[in-house]
Design a protein around this ligand. Structure first.
Ligand code: D61
Ligand code: MG
Length: 438
């Protein structure tokens, strides 16, 4: 659906979208004068407008560190993701990347579009990196080294077991969580969070990405990329790619639901991590992507469209999340509501139904016990939705938001975009910091 069509269908989106556009314009105006910093911030705006927006609220010192942390890892990931680079060239670059960031003359051309510009002009990032405080530099180097080594390991190895899956997600996203917690601590604004909680923050986001991006990754040219663990998909099909064929729809959706159920394990840690943050800007920076993740999981669950195109949250809904996430009560509210939406989609005949429901109910219990649900006005669930299998009738599941007197259909939460197979995109949605260009 085009932008205009989407807006006409959801007029409530207009205000948050406008507000978001204004905030983005404001953020763009604040680009620093030094050429290397100007490059870094404009790059950030180009690869991820929403990230640029939330990061803008952080104080200068922490903001610069997080910006460089992001660009360094995004560059590393561009190397990892470029399936046209031969393994024997790629692996040594991944392993040495943490040293390249100290070298203003180093660069390696790969990736496409904005990512190619980032790689070709990487000297700007290293120049800015070298201006950061030592504590920040060390944290960034340490995470880059570990992530590069982990990525290299998984270039040579497939994701077989669920343990492998958790290990891979630890390298590419859990480590970002650990690094961010270190940066927050180094800024003096937060206590140092326990590693296991920081790790879960990353795993929840990365698993959501991996679930949502099934088709894009499997269709990647010249080579498929496969992150769904064999231990899960082998219960449903003989080959991972079989999930995309229409005749396997039932099995595919069961497998998808299994993957979503696996991701839900991290909800508890995520809530705990967020509840311990003190600084309001850091809180928003961390909370918004997590809400987007549970929203995306709710959209993907039991949804065969994951195997046909990209399922993502509407821009307008994303804009609403960005503006409505200010306190822990907002997070509990959103987690509660999206869990409710998920629960309404669980089909009792699904092989994992009991497990899925028990994870959702545990999360809802935490939200309720926080005592914060009563304090908010919106998102009060009036009646438990009836079960109607999504494959048969996607229109009929619903959540009622009594306080605003409006009924939101589950299908209204998102949009489904048919994609051209084989075009690897660097614009996948949930990457918290990369979507939402209003
Ligand atoms: C709080 C706030 C943000 C957090 C967090 C805690 C914990 C972890 C993360 C963000 C990282 C989540 C990554 C989820 C998105 N996945 C990817 O982008 C994949 O690449 C992973 C390696 C590069 C990570 C770059 C990154 C991302 C977000 C950051 C950050 C660095 C630094 C600071 C803040 C946020 C994925 O990318 C491809 C794609 O999505 O198109 C992939 O290759 O699998
Ligand atoms: Mg990658």
């Amino acid at each position: 659906m085009g932008t205009l069509g989407a807006i006409l269908k959801h007029p409530v989106d207009i205000y948050p979208l406008l507000k978001l556009r204004m905030a983005a314009k404001h953020a763009e105006k604040q680009i620093p004068p030094e050429p290397h910093w100007a490059f870094c911030y404009s790059m950030l705006h180009r690869v991820s407008r929403s990230f640029a927006l939330v990061i803008q609220q952080l104080g200068t010192e922490l903001r610069n560190a997080v910006c460089i942390f992001y660009l360094v890892l995004r560059a590393l990931d561009t190397v990892e993701d470029d399936t046209s680079i031969p393994t024997d060239v790629k692996v040594p670059i991944l392993l040495a990347f943490h040293r390249h960031i100290y070298d203003r003359d180093w660069h390696f051309s790969c990736g496409t579009k904005d990512y190619k510009v980032l790689m070709d002009q990487f000297h700007n990032v290293s120049t800015a990196f070298l201006e950061l405080g030592e504590g920040y530099q060390e944290a960034i180097e340490d995470i880059t080294k570990k992530m590069g080594a982990g990525m290299a390991k998984f270039i040579l190895k497939e994701v077989e077991s669920i343990d492998d899956y958790d290990e891979y997600c630890h390298y590419v996203a859990g480590l970002v969580g650990l690094g961010l917690s270190k940066l927050f601590h180094a800024s003096g604004l937060e206590d140092l969070a326990p590693d296991s909680l920081s790790n879960s923050m990353g795993l929840f986001l990365q698993k959501t990405n991996i679930i949502r991006d099934y088709l894009e990754d499997i269709n990647e040219i010249p080579k498929s990329r496969m992150f769904w663990p064999r231990e899960i998909w082998s219960k449903y099909v003989n080959k991972l790619e079989d999930l995309k064929y229409e005749e396997n729809s039932v099995k595919a959706v069961q497998c998808l639901n299994d993957m979503v159920t696996n991701a839900l394990i991290h909800m508890d840690d995520t809530l705990k991590y967020l509840s311990e943050l003190r600084d309001p800007a850091i809180f928003r920076f961390c909370a918004i992507p997590q809400i987007m993740a549970i929203g995306t999981l709710a959209m993907c669950y039991n949804n065969v469209d994951v195997f046909r195109g990209v399922v993502k949250m509407r821009r307008g809904l994303t804009a609403q999340v960005i503006h409505q996430t200010k306190t822990m009560a907002d997070v509990y509210g959103a987690f509660f509501d999206f869990s409710c939406m998920l629960k309404s989609k669980v089909d009792n005949s699904d092989p994992n139904a009991v497990k899925t429901l028990s994870r959702l109910e545990a999360a809802q219990k935490s939200c309720r016990e926080s005592g914060a649900l009563n304090k908010r006005k919106s998102y009060i669930i009036r009646n438990e939705p009836r079960y109607i299998p999504v494959l048969k009738n996607p229109q009929r599941e619903r959540i009622e938001r009594a306080a605003i007197g409006r009924t939101l259909k589950a299908s209204q939460y998102g949009q489904h975009t048919a994609r051209t197979p084989g075009i690897g995109s660097k614009n996948k949605m949930i990457n918290p910091h990369r979507n939402v260009a209003p």
